[in-house]
Ligand binder design. Structure first.
Ligand code: GDP
Ligand code: MN
Length: 360
């Protein structure tokens, strides 16, 4: 029937575009040279901005993690911006600072909570380093993360550098792991093409001069890290995630589903906002941006439409073809990458609707 044909076509586009993009990017870019002049010994002054809101469980371990970097302490400045945490986070930061005087640590206390990006901008005003690194509390950097990040900035064409993520903790599940495998390959390939439009707040490094040109981080959308990187890439600079900077992110045990929906909401806000900027993009980046925007904004709804038509076809015409495809679609859920994909589509669809009423 006609319903079946349309449903099949929508399904083919839904799965075909991301698969084609993945294999195309992998083949064309993954093994290419970076075309960036790195210098392993490049050591600019770094301002690390760590925004906190009720992070008492982890803040001291996180500060120790930053102190443990194999980067010269005289070239590091840590700026913690706490938004009136109610669990004593700020006091723990002060205590940690008084115990270790080997590193310059400044605590900024905001009187009220006005969001992460607002806190980052507050910290940025006090930053003096050539490079600003934003660092979430609930992530741990490997010892060489900073030096590995800074070597890329030796090239003046590099504007921003971020990390890849490795999910850890008891909240990790196969969906989260499968998602990372697929995405990390794309992040590297996109970076080699010119830039990746997805950055991570767990470690996001930016030239301070460029952040100032952009008037800081955007406070109107959730993905302040990704959006800032994209703006920098649109200015012609490289915004990259190298292969070897792997940051551990603690996956929440409870509320995993809504955590992922919140992340998806942020990415949707980010890509919706970039639609108006795409024209000025460097050629290689324009493609990446267009496909990623399609994948986040449109593609999940092709799946939804396809499923709806299949169900309608079964209900109205008792189509055996539609029944067979639907059954196959359900049975395939035992395959991990497929299950991961479907879960992500569900997150994106719910996130789109949730964005209409709650942008947080
Ligand atoms: P997610 O990683 O995107 O899920 O967000 P998190 O809840 O882990 O927040 C990332 C970082 O921003 C953490 O270090 C939080 O403590 C911090 N953060 C979140 N909201 C605020 C805020 O309103 N003010 C400040 N100063 N930090 C915040
Ligand atoms: Mn987090």
């Amino acid at each position: 029937t006609l319903l079946d044909i349309v449903a099949l076509m929508l399904g083919l586009i839904h799965f075909g575009v991301p698969l084609a993009y993945y294999f195309y990017m992998k083949k064309k870019y993954l093994n290419k040279p970076w075309n960036i002049r790195v210098d392993e010994n490049y050591r600019p002054k770094v301002s690390i901005i760590l925004p906190t809101y009720n992070e008492s469980r982890i803040i001291q371990a996180r500060l120790d993690n930053i102190r443990g970097q194999d980067y010269p302490k005289s070239l590091m400045e840590v700026i913690v911006v706490d938004s009136n945490s109610s669990d004593g986070t700020a006091e723990l930061v002060e205590e940690s600072a008084s115990r270790h005087r080997d590193i310059e640590l400044r605590l900024i206390r905001e009187g009220e909570r006005r969001g992460k990006a607002h806190a980052l901008n507050h910290g940025l005003k006090h930053a003096t380093g050539e490079i600003v690194v934003i660092a979430d509390a609930d992530a741990m950097w490997p010892r060489e993360a900073l030096s590995e990040t800074m070597k890329w900035f030796a090239d003046p064409g590099v504007g921003a550098v971020s990390c890849l993520k490795k999910p850890v903790g008891s909240g990790v599940n196969s969906v989260e792991e499968g998602y990372r495998e697929y995405y990390n390959v794309l992040r590297i390939a996109e970076s080699k093409a010119h830039a990746t439009p997805v950055f991570h707040g767990e470690l996001g490094a930016f030239r301070r001069s460029l952040l100032e040109k952009l008037n800081g981080f955007p406070t109107d959308i959730g993905a302040d890290d990704s959006h800032t990187a994209t703006r920098i890439a649109l200015m012609g600079y490289r915004a990259i995630t190298p292969e070897n900077i792997l940051v551990e992110e603690i996956v929440p045990e409870r509320g995993y589903f809504w955590w992922r929906v919140r992340r998806a909401q942020h990415l949707i806000q980010h890509f919706a906002k970039t639609l108006w900027m795409m024209k000025q993009a460097p050629r290689e980046f324009k493609w990446v941006l267009a496909v990623e925007a399609f994948l986040h904004l449109v593609n999940p709804f092709l799946l939804l439409a396809s499923i709806t038509l299949l169900v309608a076809s079964i209900a109205t015409a008792q189509s055996t073809l539609a029944l067979a495809i639907t059954t196959l679609g359900v049975v395939l859920l035992v395959v991990k990458p497929y299950r991961t994909w479907i879960a992500q589509q569900l997150h994106l669809i719910i996130a789109t609707f949730r964005n209409l009423k709650n942008k947080e």
